[in-house]
Design a protein. Structure first.
Ligand code: AMP
Ligand code: MG
Length: 354
């Protein structure tokens, strides 16, 4: 199959509507990452998303809508949802709703809840409007790869596997949406994203919890509240080590880890904040963005992870952010890219004396 990449024109939107109505797949930009969309009400179309991505069938999809009126056909609406929708839709918040019969079980991987969000990206909105369908869309990467934040990333993973990519330029947020569960007691963040715990609490006036597996691997026999948490995600080909501790120790530890790895002929680099690029100039540094601008770090992260693969990096040593605000979402993705492999800077300095 030839994959077309089209700029956003009325003709391209008409083509996307034609493909989606016929049960085909279209990759499209959202404000979070690029999505791989299909008609959420067409079982075969939904199955072809899993095939194109190589996604495990037990990892459910997010349904995208452009009008709140679409909700009544798709799901029940929990009591806390309207305030959240008023505050954060359109935008990077996905809410779990009790699903209605019309949603095929393939979309929800057999769960009784369906994840729904209303994106704000003008091209996503235009595409949803022009086809008039609820669109099931996971991130448009091959399963296990970092999510795409440029049309070129989608092409890298999906060339020859899907008919159309709508090119809307770089994604704004750069990390996937926040996934919030309102269906099982206290509101709980299953996946952190651009809408933070603090922002949700301010609207709800109550505490919002965060699923334990956001910042650590699932324990043996622990049930994944969000099935996606079971899988290795966001992983570059090289091994990633996170270094935490006091800033000065972290910079010294990054240098020693880099030197030890480079002296064993491994292709190594460090990921550090822009403020530390000069300090680490001889450690093949890559900038994560400013340590005082977490949104910028989120925006850059997946792009950098893909770049590391293009450069054939084997060993990657990285600074970390405090897990607050958007920093929680960054650390969830970076943690998973590292298989949650974190070392303390003090320990590294003790293990690698000069
Ligand atoms: P992606 O579309 O690739 O961003 O992945 C969607 C994320 O939403 C995955 O982590 C899924 O596990 C999660 N998700 C989707 N539907 C549900 C659901 N009904 N219950 C819990 N998590 C869900
Ligand atoms: Mg994904």
């Amino acid at each position: 199959m030839k994959t077309e990449v089209l700029q956003p024109t009325p003709q391209a939107l008409a083509r996307s509507a034609e493909i989606l109505s016929a049960g085909g797949l279209v990759a499209f930009p959202t404000e979070t990452v690029y999505g791989l969309g299909a008609n959420a009400l067409n079982r075969d179309a939904v199955l072809s998303i899993f095939a194109a991505k190589g996604r495990p069938a037990d990892n459910p999809l997010i349904v995208h809508i452009q009008d709140r009126a679409q909700l009544k056909d798709l799901c029940e609406i929990p009591e806390l949802a309207p305030d959240l929708m008023a505050a954060f839709w359109p935008g990077p918040l996905t809410i779990l709703f009790p699903k209605k019969e019309i949603i095929p079980s393939e979309v929800t991987a057999g769960l009784s809840t369906v994840a729904i969000r209303m994106p704000s990206h003008p091209l996503a909105v235009a595409m949803l409007r022009s086809c008039g369908l609820p669109i099931a869309a996971p991130s448009a990467n091959r399963s296990g790869r970092p999510s795409p934040t440029l049309a070129a990333h989608v092409l890298e993973d999906m060339d020859g596997r899907i008919p159309l990519i709508l090119d809307g330029g770089p994604c704004d947020v750069g990390l996937e949406s926040t996934v919030l569960d309102l269906c099982h007691g206290q509101p709980c963040i299953l996946r952190p994203g651009g809408v933070t715990k603090e922002m949700l609490e301010a609207v709800l006036g109550m505490e919002v919890t965060v699923a334990g597996s956001v910042l650590r691997p699932l324990r043996p026999n622990e049930k994944a509240l969000s099935p996606g948490m079971r899988y290795k995600h966001y992983a570059p080909n090289g091994s990633v080590t996170l270094v935490e501790g006091e800033e000065a120790d972290v910079l010294s530890a990054l240098r020693r880890l880099y030197q030890s790895s480079a002296s064993s002929q491994e292709r190594a680099c460090v990921l550090c904040f822009s403020e530390h690029m000069d300090d680490l100039f001889d450690c093949h540094p890559h900038s994560l963005g400013s340590k005082s601008d977490h949104a910028q770090v989120a925006h850059r992260l997946f792009h950098i992870l893909r770049q590391l693969d293009q450069e054939g990096m084997e060993r990657i040593f990285s600074e970390v952010l405090p897990p607050e605000g958007v920093g929680l979402a960054v650390m969830n993705r970076l943690g998973r890219a590292a298989g949650f492999h974190t070392v303390s800077a003090k320990q590294v300095l003790a293990d690698h004396p000069i």
